[in-house]
Ligand binder design. Structure first.
Ligand SMILES: *[C@@H]1O[C@H](CO)[C@@H](O)[C@H](O)[C@H]1NC(C)=O
Length: 149
């Protein structure tokens, strides 16, 4: 293998493993600020979610308030209509966050997004909220996905 071929192979290998941060829309993080959203695996966007597989979602955010609890609410938005999406662990304090949540601290919220076989093969927007004690959003993010068989 000559040096140029070696470079191309190397660059491709790096591109495949180094997934870029997911492009998201902030849908109203009232009492927090999101700095990064990571979905794994998601080599190219919009993320393709294969039925029967599970994906990890990692949201890096900072909180502007104190909160004893945190609760995740997930919706799949299909043609503008939000449909509740079940996640196995709703408790944010069991999803990588050490509670109580402190003011002006950074957190990594890490959870699984299981994709059931019964889901239709469609494109949709995932809306993921994490609510504080008062039901206000520590974060609210939306990102497009495509469910594939
Ligand atoms: C979540 O993302 C942050 C920022 O990239 C990283 O430091 C952390 O290790 C990630 N956590 C997990 C469990 O992947």
């Amino acid at each position: 293998m000559d040096i140029r071929t070696a470079c191309v192979v190397l660059v491709c290998a790096v591109a495949l493993t180094c997934a870029e941060p997911v492009k998201y829309v902030d849908c109203g993080s009232a009492v927090g600020k999101v700095s990064m959203v990571d979905i794994n695996p998601c080599p190219r966007q919009p993320c393709q979610l294969r039925k029967g597989q599970s994906y990890s979602v990692n949201v890096t955010f900072s909180s502007a308030v104190e909160s004893q609890t945190s609760k995740a609410i997930v919706h799949g938005v299909i043609a503008g209509v939000p449909i509740p999406f079940a996640i196995p662990v709703q408790d944010g304090c069991k999803s990588g966050i050490a509670c109580p949540i402190e003011k002006e601290s950074n957190y990594h919220y890490v959870n699984e997004l299981p994709v059931k076989e019964i889901y239709p093969s469609i494109k949709l927007v995932v809306e993921w909220e994490l609510r504080d004690d008062d039901g206000k959003d520590l974060f609210c993010i939306e990102f497009p996905v495509q469910i594939v068989s």
